[in-house]
Design a protein around this ligand. Structure first.
Ligand code: HEC
Ligand code: HEC
Ligand code: HEC
Ligand code: HEC
Ligand code: HEC
Length: 452
């Protein structure tokens, strides 16, 4: 009797505690789960008729595929969801992944959402109405979907006093700020690690002082029409959102120069070449964002006058954890077995690159200290050997020229490759091959004359 009255009281208090502040306070992050319905948001097609230029731009970008893209689907449904169901510490990611990848499904409390083949509204991914009904954000560093969503008649945009027959508009300073992007481009794992830090890296770099924002590089300004009925063309931030999936964006983002310590040498001698890798184009580190997935690696090869080829491994610098940044094909990624419930999983080759190649990388390590592809399972990091904005990393390659090498030119070539996903992981999880193919980001060449 007593207990049940007591329990009743507790329920009443809890109810009050939940409802009163909920009405008064906007919600963000995990607390916003289930606070809305799908119908609160307009479909992208509802914007297409008037905003004719932005719509196909957005459709071509990763924003419109954040939920449907095959690698996203595989990682979410085959690794994250089963792992969340097995491991209480990471249980939150079953809902949380979608706070950034399909915000309307997250806000509607649809966990997990139907698979992409079901063609549900979750497929709208990061839609027009998601971004243009963001009305604010939590204080402090933005991360883990810390935006405040206020869907409805009012669309938030960059200008004052804009009139539209379809909606009201309101100027929002935030939409022009890098922190707006940081709501989804910074991510903390359940272990408190910054597993995505694009906006943080940007803020610590040289570009804010120059007044250059994310928008200026990923939504560059060109003249166009805001809407089909707008009276005049204006300089507008185009909705291109091009990044690592677009060759034209990554090509040349890192500039290379390969300089030998002498331009003439004798067979049998040692030459030392220095490779300068300059992040000339990105406002953050390269790679950024999904750093656990990306593989940015250099292949250095010498070719003599008779066409003999020699692979040059990088000279190790000797810093702690450096082995994670030098190509190895030892077994790794053991925790794929943990996520998939395969206790006897013996791992797969780590990098799928020639041994000894430099990889510009920061390894993500699970609670056991092993390299992981599952950013949500990251409890610590290896050394950060990525290239910061306007930073130049240097590495040396020492080559002992074979005594029998023919006289004449010896050409040394460095090729910088970009893979969206670690190749052996892509192969193991049957991700489409284009996600882990080698894409040439840049190359450099040096010529040494072999003389007597
Ligand atoms: C509501 C969350 C959200 C906001 C806000 C957001 N993004 Fe994104 N963005 C994503 C997600 C999720 C992806 C990943 C799509 C994928 O590959 O699955 C993405 C992808 C991208 C890409 C493509 C990356 C690639 O690998 O090709 C670029 C570039 C980008 N965003 C830039 C921006 C910029 C600039 C802003 C701010 C103006 C911004 N984003 C705001 C969620 C967001
Ligand atoms: C990832 C977030 C994001 C998505 C998705 C997005 N936008 Fe935007 N949009 C922005 C940002 C940021 C700006 C402001 C850029 C600036 O001025 O710096 C903007 C600006 C605009 C503007 C005002 C242009 C001007 O200068 O007056 C319109 C109109 C617009 N977007 C429509 C759309 C439509 C339609 C879609 C879908 C097809 C869409 N947006 C998708 C972030 C987004
Ligand atoms: C019936 C036509 C129509 C439809 C449909 C429409 N818009 Fe607009 N929208 C306009 C017009 C017109 C403007 C103002 C253009 C101008 O000032 O030149 C505008 C302006 C905007 C702006 C700019 C606000 C600012 O501060 O600069 C945003 C953001 C926007 N629309 C978002 C959307 C989104 C998101 C959708 C779909 C959910 C949508 N619109 C659907 C006609 C439309
Ligand atoms: C000075 C221009 C510049 C600025 C500023 C800039 N970026 Fe980039 N960004 C690039 C270039 C170039 C690339 C392609 C190289 C790469 O993939 O790292 C890129 C790549 C990306 C990618 C894809 C990375 C990956 O591997 O998936 C994302 C996401 C991204 N940027 C988001 C942002 C966000 C968010 C901001 C602001 C906080 C920002 N960028 C600021 C130039 C810029
Ligand atoms: C804080 C927002 C956020 C959360 C939470 C988040 N992601 Fe992402 N995710 C992004 C952004 C932004 C990108 C693309 C930017 C980049 O790669 O630099 C991305 C990229 C990815 C990619 C790589 C896409 C590609 O094409 O290479 C996969 C796969 C992915 N996320 C899956 C997940 C899974 C699974 C979860 C949950 C465990 C998750 N994400 C949680 C924001 C988020």
């Amino acid at each position: 009797m007593r207990t049940s009255t007591f329990r009743h009281l507790v329920v009443v208090t809890l109810n009050l505690a939940w409802t009163v502040p909920a009405l008064a306070q906007p919600k963000w992050g995990d607390a916003a789960l289930g606070s809305r319905q799908y119908d609160d948001f307009e479909r992208p097609r509802a914007c297409a008729g008037c905003h004719r230029e932005f719509f196909p731009q957005w459709q071509m970008s990763m924003m419109s595929q954040a939920y449907t893209h095959e690698w996203d689907e595989i990682e979410y449904f085959e690794l994250a969801v089963p792992h969340a169901e097995r491991e209480p510490k990471v249980a939150g990611v079953k809902a949380g992944c979608n706070g950034c990848h399909t915000p309307i499904a997250f806000l509607a409390g649809d966990v997990p959402p139907p698979k992409p083949q079901k063609r549900s509204r979750a497929n709208e991914s990061v839609s027009c109405d998601v971004c243009h009904t963001i009305s604010g954000r939590a204080e402090g560093t933005p991360f883990n979907f810390s935006y405040i969503s206020s869907p409805g008649k009012t669309k938030y945009g960059p200008r004052e006093g804009v009139e539209s027959p379809h909606h009201n508009t309101k100027k929002l300073e935030l939409i022009r700020q890098p922190e707006f992007c940081g709501n989804c481009h910074n991510e903390q794992s359940p272990y408190g690690m910054w597993v995505k830090a694009t906006q943080i890296e940007y803020a610590e770099g040289p570009y804010p002082k120059m007044g250059l924002r994310c928008h200026d590089c990923h939504m560059p300004v060109a003249t166009g029409r805001v809407a089909s009925m707008s009276g005049e063309d204006l300089p507008l931030h185009q909705h291109l959102f091009f990044g690592a999936h677009v060759m034209a964006k990554i090509r040349g983002a890192v500039e290379l120069r390969l300089v030998p310590d002498r331009l003439e040498a004798t067979p049998g001698e040692k030459v030392k070449l220095t490779l300068y890798a300059f992040n000339a184009k990105a406002g953050h580190k390269i790679p950024t964002g999904s750093v656990e997935d990306r593989e940015l690696w250099v292949h250095v090869e010498a070719v003599d006058a008779k066409g003999n080829r020699y692979h040059l491994p990088v000279d190790p610098k000797g810093f702690p954890g450096e082995e994670t940044t030098i190509g190895s094909n030892q077994p790794a990624w053991f925790d794929l077995g943990v996520a998939q419930g395969k206790a006897d999983f013996a791992g797969i080759p780590r990098d799928g690159v020639p041994e000894g190649s430099r990889i510009y990388r920061m390894a993500y390590l699970n609670p056991k200290g092993e390299m992981t592809i599952m950013q949500w399972y990251t409890a610590s990091f290896g050394p950060d050997y990525r290239i910061g904005p306007l930073e130049t990393k240097t590495d040396s390659y020492t080559f002992k020229i074979p005594g029998k090498a023919p006289l004449g030119p010896l050409t040394v070539k460095a090729t910088l490759y970009y893979r969206l996903l670690v190749k052996p992981v892509g192969e193991y999880l049957k991700v489409p091959a284009e996600e882990y193919e080698d894409r040439v980001m840049n190359e450099a060449e040096a010529r040494i004359e072999l003389v007597d």
